[in-house]
Ligand binder design. Sequence first.
Ligand SMILES: *Cc1c(COP(=O)(O)O)cnc(C)c1O
Length: 420
Amino acid sequence: MNTDSAFTPSPSPSTETLDAADPLRQFRDAFILPPGVIYLDGNSLGARPRGALEIAQRVIEQEWGHDLIRSWNTAGWFDLPSRLGNKLARLIGAGDDEVVITDTISINLFKVLAGALKMRPGRQVIVSERENFPTDLYMAQGLAQLLEQGHRLVLIDSHDELTHVLDKQVAVVMLTHVNYRTGAMWDMASATAKVHDCGALMLWDLAHSAGAVEVDLHAAEADFAVGCTYKYLNGGPGSPAFVYVNSRWIGELQQPLNGWWGHAAPFVFDPEYRPAADIRRTLCGTQGIVSMAMIEPGLDLMHEATMTALRKKSVALTSRFIEQVEARCAGLGLSLATPREPALRGSQVSFVHEHGYAVMQALIARGVIGDYREPGILRFGFAPLYVRFQDVDAAAEALREILAGKLWDRPKFTTLNAVT
Ligand SMILES: *Cc1c(COP(=O)(O)O)cnc(C)c1O
């Protein structure tokens, strides 16, 4: 049977050599990973930094349990969205007081998209991609319905198409920098420049970029951005998202979710809303402090490692995975869905297979955890802080064995779960 057929390794360097020479190798110890698991799903839920438990314990026992309501001041709870936002800002090329951590991507996108449309009265088109993560499109659809001002969503099907749809009708272009399914990455600076040339505003979704690739929002002159902290930033399940507003727009941005946390003086309890002068005007209501506090260890690790070193290792990991899978799994029905050119992709690799869902379930059963997205896409995320080169080769080999032996073809793997 194919399963036992000998595999001739390619002449590339051994994984032992690569792991020993990896300048980020010691960061793996800063994470908890269960034994026997190769975790290639940090693009969906990042692994847990060791430090997160200590923080949760401190927040729950000391700050909540003992200090109670005093902690809003004494433990810095009230300033947490801004303090952590500033920390995150430096990972994405933003400045002080341009980022806060709050709410979800969906909600933050709604806030800044609404504000941006108000800044471009008379223009009725929102441009996005058909391949965008659907929640981004849903939020835009919901907002257009609410406004009843004839706003419509124009969806493009390729990067090249952007130039063709840009005209004086376009108010906002909202794009996800790294595509969640294919890992394809936009050239942020060049797309933003095109959008500005037609007088529109640019809103980037950094869900698969923050902590995964080098992002420079200032260099690109991006107007707005949103992103989450539970993927590559390792903030924990459902940890709050972030929102960026370029400082040149802060004074002008009117976002409609005028909660008290966005007020200039929340504790004056004025019946009239007056927005905070700075980025805090994007806040709405009381934040989930326990969940937010746990974002900090992941951010600290990113700063220590540096985004430049992370990106370098990420490219090496994804390149090797493509090479190893193509060498080992040739003729077994896989096709690469991710750009081959490293500069054109994020930190994930996707392969399409006719029975992609079942193949991924069989991989997960063996401890190689990636995930599945319709149609037929096997997604593998490479978080450079804790994924090793030996994991890359072992995952490619597990995939070969599953495909060659048709080990995916069992009812327990072919039945669909609620969360894929
Ligand atoms: C993960 C992801 C989201 C998630 O949105 P939430 O509202 O935070 O659940 C949104 N957009 C993109 C592009 C994503 O990848």
